[in-house]
Design a protein around this ligand. Structure first.
Ligand SMILES: [Fe+2]
Ligand SMILES: [Fe+2]
Length: 718
């Protein structure tokens, strides 16, 4: 590759970084848009049931349970109104009215007594009795009418003339007694009629003769006085108090999970109202308000995700594949949200999301995406603050565990820890919110189960994501690091020098990558495989050579070809052994586009200045990740230090610094986003690892042909 070509390429890289509307960005935006739409609709149809709850006759298609706790305001108000209506009025008694009523009725009976006595006497004296009786009856009727008592002639004759004293006295005492029993009560306009009714009921069996009974009713009707008046102000206050008491103490709350209507039961007006208010009636026209609310929330929740990414992920841009993985996990989770009824939401394996994203993408984005998803799920399920607290705090923990833990068994035990942490938050929140801790046992079990199900799903889904999206996980990395892997075994057998070189590069790269916050395990495994291409011609590389160096008899340009082809050949082998892309990147990038200086110098020696320096460069790619850059450095430093023999710490440090400077100046680290501080940290990490070997020296025997100069050893080994 010529220098000009490289410059053009680098400019193209920069241009690419500055353009927003690249094909890849548009595709990513499209993926995100489709995901958000799916989430919005699944949430909407979770909140508003898709199917109708009741048939044409108003019968329920299935049992309908309350998916969330609901305060029935309308029902509570109706209950309060009823309580107000039932409130007894506040009365002011007027005892004088009672007293005068008793006086009047007793006076009326006194007069009746007098009429009866006079008629009795006239009977004894003799005379025109019939005429006399007729006169008295008329007089009695007149007297009664002045008392508003309407009584007919026959009845009067019966009372004054026909019944015996005993019968009359009995009548009189019954009427007086029953009358006083009603008149002694509170009589006011609203209950006067019902009291008279009571009077008539109580005399029905006591007075046998129908005429007397009617007469008694007339008497009571005439004399029953209103003796109480309603205090409107106080009554209204009492009603208000009754209403307030219901609203405060007896409010109707539909418990979450309570049966609202059973299957085939006919819904009454009250139930229909409740279903409608709780948005459970379903099948109704599209509720634009709720949909705008939910999808708007989703959009707003995207803002912190973007800000978080800008703040903490620096210039790192997530690849299309990463975005797709996050979106697919979101959609899967919301499929679960849609399927799992509100009453069982505590069993939701929500931690699948932060854990899988942490394993497959990175833990930073896992934490923020987990948190905003938690907020949204909380809206959909209308959960209380405790569940949201669990989702966010334990979700963050789960991302941490998923990233740090490297065996499936330990992942399982971390599921238990997550469940227990959730339960602990639940318990503490019941204390904080002054609720009864005894009520939470079932919830605790649900949360522990949810944590375990999350982890089991993670373990089950991970290999699927690994293969579908070709993403490398810590678990996959550990598998690849196993020395029993066929490719590593072959490397050991066919190129033992390269094998040991790779192990040492792995040690260096892991330490340095961890130091700068990159993925140490990935760097180590990448280092293990970086030189597999040398298996094609192991003897051409210094670390596998004995006394005899084939390059001595070769033209420099041919040597260069043999040496540089190990990256391409490595990639071919890696493809054959189905190594993941992330590992193949190390093979392709570990020499970047560096120059094979030893053979370039040899060529200049041989052909003079007409040699193009770019003809002696590797035709690989420059490191795109921190891990890859670290392996590049570890690789070149290891080769030089090994060849150098007995070196002091200062000499090793010098070698490291020089390697860093040369590659920086050559633009090899332009794509991988390392800072100067990172290079310091990498250098210190390398020195620490070498320090372990300075004492022992076993791994660094003097090269048999120690006359190799620095650049040769580098060029024909790394
Ligand atoms: Fe190499
Ligand atoms: Fe190497």
């Amino acid at each position: 590759m010529t220098g000009m070509k490289r410059k053009v390429e680098r400019r193209a890289d920069m241009k690419k970084a500055n353009t927003v509307f690249t094909k890849s960005n548009i595709l990513s935006a499209l993926i995100i848009f489709i995901t958000l739409a799916l989430l919005a609709f699944s949430a909407y149809f979770k909140v508003i049931p898709f199917t109708k709850a009741l048939d044409e006759d108003g019968k329920a298609y299935k049992d309908i349970y309350a998916p969330f706790e609901y305060y029935d305001e309308t029902g509570t108000k109706a209950l309060a109104d009823r309580a107000a209506d039932d409130t007894e009025p506040v009365l002011v008694s007027r005892h004088d009215a009672t007293f005068s009523s008793f006086e009047d009725i007793s006076l009326y009976f006194d007069k009746t007594d007098t009429f009866r006595n006079e008629i009795e006497q006239y009977k004894v004296q003799g005379g025109d009795y019939a005429n006399y009786l007729d006169n008295r009856i008329s007089a009695y009727i007149t007297m009664s009418l002045t008392n508003s008592i309407d009584v007919n002639y026959e009845t009067v004759r019966y009372i004054l003339d026909e019944i015996s004293d005993a019968e009359y006295n009995n009548f009189k005492s019954i009427v007086t007694q029953e009358f006083s029993s009603v008149q002694n009560r509170n009589v006011f306009s609203a209950n006067r009629e019902s009291l008279l009714e009571e009077f008539r009921d109580s005399t029905e069996y006591a007075i046998i003769d129908i005429r007397l009974r009617e007469f008694a009713g007339e008497i009571a009707g005439s004399f029953l006085r209103i003796n109480s008046i309603v205090n409107e102000t106080e009554t209204e206050a009492m009603k208000e108090a009754a209403r307030a008491s219901v609203m405060e103490n007896n409010s109707i709350v539909i418990e979450e999970g309570a049966l609202i209507i059973a299957q085939d039961e006919k819904a009454d007006a009250e139930t229909i109202r409740l279903l409608e208010e709780m948005n459970l009636l379903g099948g109704s026209s599209f509720n634009v308000r709720i949909f705008i609310g939910l999808s708007g929330l989703l959009l707003v929740l995207m803002v912190p995700v973007i800000m978080f990414k800008l703040l903490f992920s620096g210039k790192k841009s997530y690849t299309k594949r990463h975005i797709l993985v996050i979106c697919v996990i979101e959609v899967l989770l919301f499929a679960l949200v849609y399927l799992i009824p509100g009453t069982y939401y505590l069993y939701m394996p929500v931690f699948v999301l932060p854990m899988l994203i942490a394993i497959l993408v990175d833990e930073k984005i896992a934490i923020i995406v987990g948190a905003v998803t938690a907020v949204f799920i909380s809206f959909v399920y209308k959960t209380d603050i405790t569940y949201l607290a669990i989702l966010i705090s334990v979700g963050t923990m789960s991302a941490y565990f998923a990233r740090k833990i490297s065996s499936r068994m330990r992942l399982l035990s971390s599921g238990l820890i997550l469940g227990i942490a959730s339960a602990l938050i639940l318990f503490l929140s019941t204390l904080a919110l002054n609720r009864n801790p005894a009520d939470i046992i079932e919830s605790v079990l649900a949360l522990v189960a949810g944590g375990l199900i999350s982890v089991i799903l993670v373990i089950g889904l991970m290999p699927l994501f690994e293969s579908v999206f070709n993403i490398i996980t810590p678990f996959k990395l550990l598998e690849l690091a196993n020395p029993n892997r066929p490719l590593l075994k072959r490397l050991l057998m066919e190129a033992p020098g390269t094998y040991h070189h790779s192990l040492m590069v792995g040690n260096l790269a892991e330490e340095a990558a961890n130091e700068i916050g990159a993925n140490g395990l990935l760097a180590r495994v990448g280092a293990y495989y970086h030189d597999v291409g040398k298996m094609s011609r192991p003897g051409y590389f210094a670390e596998n050579q004995g006394n005899d160096n084939p390059h001595n008899k070769m033209k420099p340009e041919l040597s260069k070809l043999v040496i540089t082809s190990h990256t391409k050949e490595g990639d071919e082998i890696a493809k054959k052994y189905k190594l993941p892309h992330a590992i193949r990147d190390f093979i392709n990038e570990h020499h970047g586009t560096t120059q094979v200086k030893y053979f370039y110098n040899k060529a200049v020696e041989k052909y003079g200045d007409k040699v193009d320096p770019d003809d002696f460069r590797y035709e690989g790619q420059r490191p795109k990740t921190k891990e890859s850059a670290v392996v590049m450095l570890a690789d070149s430093v290891e080769a030089i230090v090994r060849a150098g023999g007995n070196l002091s710490r200062g000499e090793v440090e010098g070698i490291i610094r020089k390697a860093i400077k040369t590659k920086l100046d050559d633009g090899q680290f332009d794509l991988c986003d390392l800072t100067l501080k990172d290079f310091d940290d990498i250098s210190n990490a390398f020195l620490r690892v070498f320090g372990g070997y300075f004492h022992k020296r076993v791994d660094y025997p003097e090269p048999k042909e120690s006359k190799l100069n620095e650049s040769q050893s580098r060029d024909i080994s790394g």
